[in-house]
Design a protein around this ligand. Structure first.
Ligand SMILES: NC(=O)c1ccc[n+]([C@@H]2O[C@H](COP(=O)([O-])OP(=O)(O)OC[C@H]3O[C@@H](n4cnc5c(N)ncnc54)[C@H](O)[C@@H]3O)[C@@H](O)[C@H]2O)c1
Length: 387
């Protein structure tokens, strides 16, 4: 298969869909790679690394899109990319179609096969191509929080780990999933006093096993949250209710009891945030104050560390890209229900139910279109095959 790798053109997006190692894996498997000459620049991959990996460099995105049978990207296509998409082309990237009526229309009209990272599932029913970005954001939350706690950055002038004779800062993490656990690892590593709040008692038991006595776990309630944040230096919002807006767990009223100059990092802001006073911010203007508390609510935190994020993302996507290239689209999705769950558009039809519902469009199950060729019993085995 001829695999195309264009440069990302969305504002402030420096990640790239494949590392040179990813291109090498594809060319070693007998595929061809065409790479836009500056595709890897933002993530620090020099051109020669891609040529050494066996790719052909092309001068323009137009050429890459024109030649690529499968286009591997990071972000959903934006307006200048729409005319480059063509019938039957396989597009493997984050799509986030539910709120994007225009992109959905373009993919359907142009009959593009859109496989979305964010809806691929694994054997456990979780979303393996979202996990790496949650890991990055969770770890970053503490790094960013520590920085904003410094006086010069607008915080209350507290060092997370304290020093001998001075207590460490208190970090309260609301939501103990992927983001919350990774935040806790960093905070514990820096010597902070960490509390994790979750409404899933089994998850709290697991966290207690992982961290032993180095963290405090609390069952989620308004009372517990209010009490914990009233003494917090750093609060991390990390809840998720799949498919729904984040629940509002910290009210503006509660913030009156949070120490002045404390910092909130609401990672869940991309789902509306779990703090009443949250609104999405950008890397160029990341923070604002409410009730004397500094809020950091950047909706695409991993964008600040594109090199790490590119490595993390492509480690997770590459096995699927290889499967699509090796087997071809039909056989790949027929043998892997998890990968099949990633197919949002195919041959002009909308094949992902939640997107169809969100946009009041007709939903066509992919199985109906493939004439029963997909094996309903096939397990999603891609990730484990690759390891
Ligand atoms: N801002 C960013 O750049 C960025 C990057 C990655 C992920 N995210 C977001 O971070 C959020 C968390 O992602 P994740 O991968 O950790 O999700 P996850 O599903 O792994 O974890 C969410 C946790 O929230 C808990 N939870 C749900 N309702 C709760 C409640 N009422 N009280 C306490 N806990 C509750 C769940 O039990 C679960 O443990 C998501 O909204 C995700 O989209 C943002």
């Amino acid at each position: 298969m001829l695999v195309g790798l264009p440069k990302e053109i969305k504002d402030n997006e420096y990640r790239v869909g494949l590392t040179p190692a990813g291109v090498r894996a594809l060319t070693d498997a007998g595929h061809e790679g065409v790479v836009e000459h500056n595709a890897g620049e933002g993530s620090g991959f020099e051109i020669e690394l891609y040529t050494r990996a066996g790719a052909t460099l092309l001068d323009s995105a137009d050429e890459v899109w024109a030649q690529g049978e499968m286009i591997v990207k990071v972000k959903e296509p934006i307006a200048p990319e729409y005319p480059r998409m063509r019938e039957g082309q396989l597009l493997f990237t984050y799509l986030h179609l539910a709120p994007d009526a225009e992109l959905t229309r373009q993919l359907l009209e142009r009959k593009v096969t859109g496989v979305a990272y964010e809806t691929i599932t694994d054997r456990k029913g979780t979303l393996p191509l979202l996990t790496p970005m949650s890991e990055v954001a969770g770890r970053m939350a503490i790094q960013v929080g520590a920085q904003y706690l410094e006086k010069m950055s607008g915080g209350r002038g507290v060092l997370l780990g304290g020093v001998p004779g001075v207590p460490a800062a208190r970090v309260v993490i609301i939501g103990g999933g992927v983001v919350g656990t990774n935040a806790a690892k960093m905070a514990v590593g820096l010597g902070a006093r960490v509390t994790i709040i979750d409404n899933n008692l089994d998850r709290l038991r697991e966290l207690d096993d992982i961290f032993l006595s180095r963290i405090t776990t609390l069952a989620s309630s308004a009372y517990a949250i209010h009490g914990a944040i009233s003494e917090a230096d750093l609060i991390v919002g990390a809840v998720l209710v799949p498919g729904a807006a984040a629940p509002l767990l910290v009210t503006r009223e509660m913030l009156k009891d949070v120490p002045n100059g404390a910092v909130i990092v609401d990672v869940a802001v991309d789902q509306g945030g779990c703090i009443e006073t949250t609104h999405p911010t950008t890397h160029s203007e990341p923070t604002f104050y409410v009730e004397g508390v500094l809020h950091y609510c950047v909706a695409n935190m991993p964008g600040a560390v594109p090199r790490t994020s590119t490595f993390a993302l492509t480690s997770a996507t590459l096995p699927y890209a290889l499967k699509l290239a090796n087997k071809g689209f039909l056989e790949a999705v027929s043998s892997d229900v998890g990968l099949k769950a990633g197919v949002n558009t195919y041959a002009g039809k909308l094949t992902y139910e939640a997107v169809a519902q969100a946009q009041h469009l007709e939903y066509t199950p992919l199985d109906n279109m493939l004439g029963g060729t997909t094996a309903a019993t096939a397990a999603s085995s891609t990730a484990s095959e690759a390891r």
